[in-house]
Structures are given as structure tokens and as C-alpha cells.
Design a protein around this ligand. Sequence first.
Ligand code: SAM
Length: 282
Amino acid sequence: MNHNDYVNDQVNKKNFFIKKKFSQNFLLDENIIKKIVKVSDVNQDSYVIEIGPGFGALTKYLVKSSKKLLLYEIDEELIPHLETLFNKDKNIHINHQDFLRTENIDEDIKKYLDDANEVVVISNLPYHITTPIIMKILEESKKVKRLVLMMQLEVAKRLTSKPNTKDYNALSVIIQDQTNAQYMFKVPKTVFKPRPRVDSAVIRLDIYENNGNKLFYQFVHACFMQRRKTLVNNLNASYSVDKEKLKLILEKLNLDDRIRAEALTLEKFKSLYNIFKEEGLM
Ligand code: SAM
């Protein structure tokens, strides 16, 4: 029985109950799976983590195209399926665990992935925890170097968007400070069981700095606090800095005093933050 028939059979015969609380939307399109593996650039020397393998749709391909694989799956009902599928494979370790509760990702890499220094995370993410998963990896791991992730289209656009677009927000700046964020391709909602309400997309994040500057990220959030307000008004509200002083600072950076946060490049955010720090304004 092929993979799609197997998943359909399990669900239709009620052997398996789909759990909304775990964002279970299983991928049933081999071409999309192959495309994900292709854009992840993994090869026989790669160490890979997959979060939420489900019935192993992607895992089947990853096991053939990597050196060692570490899986985190929260749903205990899926563990026997994964064990049956991969019981002969010595290069897979299955962790029945909530990824967000992993105590130390790099310790797991030490234990199960030969203490590799360059690890790739690949996942068709549980959508309700997209941002916490990405932030956990960026904050905690020094070994994960690349993430290839499927998520809701809207979030994918936000994370990879550029200034002066409607999707650009604090999260775009924070992610792009730490990674080279690239939009890869759209995935229609029709290729999942059950069908989600919205389309998805795959993005690739190549990390250049793990564990970024938290104070800078708070500052970026403050700049975007009320999207329709000017930067001067948002900074005045968050840091109680006089508006005239703020206008002078913007002038120094060749920025219009009516500018909004959505028009600032990452570099301008950094320059502005540096002035705030140097002048003791925060
Ligand atoms: N990879 C499979 C596929 O593409 O068909 C399943 C993807 S489904 C969108 C998300 C998967 O993540 C489910 O298998 C779900 O049980 C699992 N999951 C949800 N929350 C999780 C968590 N906190 N830690 C680990 N796995 C989780």
C-alpha cells in the first residue's frame, strides 16, 4: 500500500483520530515532498532534525538522503507507525516528545547525531506553534545552521518580507537579523489531509547568528507598537523620549520625521538602536 492510501485508510477506518490541537495536516503529495528535500540541500553527510514527522511522509525521503535523522513527535499514537516504518533503520532516532519542551537541543544532537556541528532542521510545522519553534531553535542551539520549514503562507511571507510591504513587521526584522530568509514556494491547501483553511509555503532560513540581541528585538517591537503611528510617536510612547529629540535623531540618520517603522531597513533599525544605547535613552 502506498503512503497516501495508508494514511487515508488509517483515518477513514478510524484507526487514527486526527488531532486538531497538534495541527495535524498530513502532506499527501510526493512532488512537494521531493521539492522540500531538494531545497534543503541535504546530502549523505547531513545531520537532520525533523519536527513532527506524523506518518513519516517526509521522513521516508530524508532517511535516504541524509546521514542521521532525529525525530520529535508529540503524538504517542503516531509513534508505533513510525517505529514500524523505520524499525530497520539504525540511522533514525525517534523522540516521543513535545519539541518545545526539549530541555537542550544541542545535548540531543550530542547524544543522537554524533555531536555534529552543522545540523539542518526540516519540518512541515505544527502551524499553531510556528514562531515559538523558530525562536527556540535560534535562542538555544549553536549547532543548527539551516531551517527548511513549511508554514501558513501568510506567515512565510511575513518572515521573508522586505521594508515598505504590508507583510513587513517586527518578526521580519528579528528573523532577518539572524538568518538569510528566503521564500521558496507555495503549497496549495489541496495537498493535505485534512485540508487546512489556508495555503502554505516553504521557506529556508540560513542562520548567521544564533542567539541574537534581545534588547534590540524589544526595541524593534516598540518601533512597530502601533503600525499606523509614526516612529516618533511609537518611540515617544515606549521610551518617554522627547519628540523634538527623536526628530533630531532621525535627521542624523537621514530619515524623514513622519516615517513609520515599516519603511526602515534592518541597517537603519540597528543604527537607531545604537544611538538610543549610546545616548542612554533606553
Ligand atoms: N510531517 C507530517 C506530514 O508532513 O505529513 C506531519 C505534519 S503536521 C502539519 C504536524 C506534526 O507535528 C504532527 O505529526 C503533530 O502530531 C506534530 N506536532 C504537533 N505539535 C508538536 C510538538 N510540540 N512537538 C513535536 N511534534 C508536534
